[in-house]
Design a binder for this molecule. Structure first.
Ligand code: SF4
Ligand code: SF4
Length: 262
């Protein structure tokens, strides 16, 4: 269940927490695992954070083995997609007998399905408003099952809260890009964005071990926290990228030849 470009949303329904929908997915269904083929699955930074931990890999190894990257034509930012396998374009994490092999850490889009989350950050208030739409996949038999969920119950059941929180942080970065007024990003800025958002282990080396003056601008407690807590490092990296690339104080030129993503 990826973020496919032509997702058949039910546009008439904007669901909030107490609204209900009818759905159940289980191995008894004829379509079971059918939706894990031939899909475009865009990964968010937090998806990668969870998947690479689950697989015991570094972010660099994960990105090389499982993803492709292109620069989005509108945003000018890197877009990371899961690399599908073989002529049937199977998700690499699908075991045809056992189902999803990364279930506890599967991407947010897989967890949220059959819903899709729409999040809008208001300009005046520092808060995100969300609603959900139903993805009407005609091949999905889960809609014929009798189980009724509220959106709130589904979010709890699928462990979506932390995914939504971390994706909203990433959303802030995307919004900063929109508001920056920068028409084109320099190749070094694109690499820096990729490093901070997706290649966290290399960002850690770059920031904490490399010849990086910014490290000395941070209070010791912050350095201590991001050195020892990967989720804190993840949040720090997104905020750092926002500040460095889109606040007009980017020092990307100073990184030339030093950025480990090169
Ligand atoms: S019910 Fe829908 S989500 Fe579940 S396996 Fe079938 S197609 Fe996929
Ligand atoms: S990550 Fe899991 S649920 Fe998502 S497409 Fe792959 S096998 Fe299916």
């Amino acid at each position: 269940m990826g973020n496919q470009p032509e997702i058949p949303f039910d546009k008439d329904k904007r669901l909030k927490d107490d609204d209900t929908f009818q759905f159940s997915c289980h191995p008894g269904l004829e379509c079971f695992t059918g939706c894990c083929y031939d899909l475009t699955l865009v990964l968010t930074p937090y998806d990668i954070f969870r998947l690479k931990k689950h697989l015991g890999m570094s972010s660099d190894e994960f990105l090389k083995k499982y993803t492709t990257t292109h620069v989005g034509p509108e945003s000018g930012l890197p877009v990371v997609q899961l690399k599908m396998e073989g002529s049937y374009q199977k998700c690499p994490f699908l075991d045809e007998e056992k189902g999803c092999m990364v279930y506890e850490d599967r991407p947010g889009a897989c967890r949220t399905y059959p819903l899709a989350r729409m999040a809008v950050r208001s300009k005046d208030k520092d808060e995100v408003e969300e609603f959900y739409m139903i993805i009407k996949d005609p091949d999905c038999l889960g809609f014929k099952e009798k189980k009724i969920w509220t959106v709130k119950e589904w979010k709890e059941h699928e462990g979506l809260e932390i995914y939504n929180q971390m994706n909203d942080l990433f959303g802030e970065l995307l919004q900063a890009r929109q508001q920056s007024g920068i028409a084109y990003l320099h190749a070094d800025q694109i690499e820096l964005f990729y490093l901070a958002c997706y290649n966290l282990d290399e960002f850690k080396k770059f920031f904490l071990e490399g010849p990086n003056l910014d490290r000395y601008m941070e209070p010791e407690e912050v350095i201590e926290k991001i050195s020892n807590d990967d989720l804190e490092l993840f949040k720090f990296a997104l905020n750092w990228a926002k500040k460095k690339i889109f606040s007009g104080t980017c020092s990307f030129c100073a990184l030339k030849g030093k950025c480990p993503s090169k």
